[in-house]
Write a protein that binds this ligand. Structure first.
Ligand code: DGY
Length: 311
């Protein structure tokens, strides 16, 4: 039997590609935009599945793939995908949000503690050969005494809420609609920001959440307010954040994602009230392996193929 044709759109680990090649006829989307049209003219009609990472999936690409049945993305975020167009075509769309939720939640907690306890500056201080003389050395904030607002309560937001409960933090959340969870819900983000000392962003990026955190939300959080972003950079109006920091209208932030990453503005890089990490929310050996396995396994199962982990 001829194996189904699979489009590789973006980088995947070599071992995962080897596993896919053992099951499918894999064709890779060319890196050079000039080569894409002839490639799609030749291979597009036969492509039935897509292993995706970061590549933009828009209506133009979908039109060139009339037989596409499934897209499996090596990511939780699907902001690179025109989800409405995919759904309208009845194409199955898989992501890895369940696989990575625990590790991204751990990153959020790590960033939160680094921010509330000023761990990065404390580390730098000791490396410079200094030692704190109390009471001049700046004191941190007690996570267990803070009111934490979670923006977006999907699998990652829920995993963060569970972890925060162990710190005795008071947790509330905002999302577009209430859910049957035992946590106070705010119907709008301004109300959540007013009621929070610390906001943790976990929502997907979409037209509705682009610049959701703007000057008004930062002002509602207030001059002692803290912000943690492990969602997507453009959820925050980065220029508004830079201005709020410069004017002392917010106390600090921990950012794993940036509006135009990998570009990080100098104003953020130079500000010691910030903790900055390079989009490492899910970056553990175990989770990255699990994400790639999920891509291979969902594609294999969809086509009724016996994948490498089938019992
Ligand atoms: C995700 O899975 O969406 C991570 O942010 C990596 O892009």
């Amino acid at each position: 039997m001829t194996p189904p044709t699979l489009l590789q759109a973006g980088d995947l680990p070599d071992w995962a590609l080897d596993e896919l090649r053992a099951l499918f006829r894999v064709v890779a989307l060319p890196a050079d935009p000039a080569d894409i049209a002839p490639f799609l003219a030749e291979h597009g009609p036969a492509i039935r599945g897509m292993a995706l990472r970061k590549t933009r999936v828009d209506t133009a690409l979908l039109q060139a793939l009339p037989a596409l049945e499934i897209i499996s993305s090596y990511s939780a975020g699907l902001d690179n995908v025109d989800v409405d167009a995919v759904k309208a075509r009845g194409i199955r769309l898989e992501n890895t949000s369940q696989v990575l939720a625990a590790d991204v939640a751990d990153t959020a907690i790590g960033l939160t503690l680094a921010l509330t306890r000023d761990l990065v500056n404390a580390d730098r201080f000791v490396r410079e050969g200094q030692w704190p003389r109390q009471p001049q050395y700046p004191l941190g904030r007690s996570l267990g005494r803070l009111r934490v607002g979670i923006v977006g309560l999907g699998s990652i937001g829920l995993a963060i809420a569970r972890r925060l409960a162990a710190f005795d933090a008071r947790v509330a959340w905002y999302g577009p609609r209430p859910k049957p969870v035992d946590l106070p819900w705010h119907a709008d983000i301004l109300s959540l920001a007013r009621a929070s000392d610390l906001l943790i962003l976990t929502c997907p990026l979409s037209d509705a959440t682009h610049h959701l955190v703007d000057a008004a939300v930062l002002d509602a959080l207030g001059p002692r307010g803290l912000l943690v972003n492990i969602a997507r950079g453009p959820v925050v109006d980065e220029q508004a954040l830079i201005t709020a920091l410069a004017e002392g209208r917010i106390a600090g932030a921990a950012l794993d994602v940036f509006e135009h990453e990998p570009e990080v503005p100098a104003a953020l890089r130079q500000d010691r009230r910030l903790v900055l990490t390079p989009h490492i929310g899910s970056a553990t050996e175990e989770t990255r392996r699990g994400m790639a396995e999920h891509v291979v396994d969902t594609l294999a199962a969809h086509f009724g193929l016996t994948g490498p982990r089938a019992a």
